[in-house]
Each structure stands twice: as C-alpha cells, then as structure tokens.
Design a protein around this ligand. Sequence first.
Ligand SMILES: [Zn+2]
Length: 145
Amino acid sequence: MNEVDLDMLKERINIVEYIGQFVHLEFNNGEWWGLCPFHDEKTPSFDVNEEKRSYYCHGCKNGGTIIDFASNYYKISVAQAIEKLAEEFKISRNKIPSLMRISKKFAPKKPDKKVIIPTEYIEDPITNTKNRISKSGLQKASNKA
Ligand SMILES: [Zn+2]
C-alpha cells in the first residue's frame, strides 16, 4: 500500500472527471454540482471542487478526497479505495496510447536481431547481407521440416 503515491494519485486523477462517471455534474459558481450519490435528494447539494481536489455534500456532510469518494461509493475501506484507484489509473493510462504500444511492441525486435548477429559479419556489409539471407533461408527450411 505504501508503494502508491497518494499525492500523485490525487493529482493525476481529475476528481471532476472521475466523479462525473457516477454523478451528473454541472458547473456553477466555480464548482461542479450534482445530486449526491450518498443520500436521496432532488436538488443538487453535492459539490466537487476541481481546484481543491475534493468533494462535499451540503446535505449529508459526506466529503473528502477522491479516495474518500471511492471508499464511500464502493463501500470499501480507504486502503481498498487507494488500491482500486491506482489500478484504474494504470489501466486508463495504458488505454490511451494504443497505437504507441503497438509500434513499441514491434520496435525492439530490430535492435535485438542486430545484437544477435556476430561482430565478424557486421564488419563486412556484403557478408552480413548474405548471411542474413542464408539465415532466413535456413529458418524457412527448418520451419518446413
Ligand atoms: Zn449527500
């Protein structure tokens, strides 16, 4: 649990975006307002302050950080909430650059092959090319067999 950087967690996850997944929020007077998910109400008294990275319900007095929200919303302990947020955070980070991940996946293969080629072949570019051809030819032949 100590491995999770709480400040980073609170900083990196936008509390408005996060709570906005569960509560419909509308911007008014510098804060985001919505119907409190912790008690029944018809007029919004639940506010989220993006700057302070906190939320507060003026009805049921439930409030705190994004960690407190997750803890209260999922009815889990604060420790579990931290774990959950850290996990979700990693997932969302990986989701974004899917194309980058694909190119990264293929990129390291080229340098790896270069490393495998013995230095004596690298010295002579012609021999190197020939060796590569014969190498791939060999691979194809062995694949068939
Ligand atoms: Zn409330």
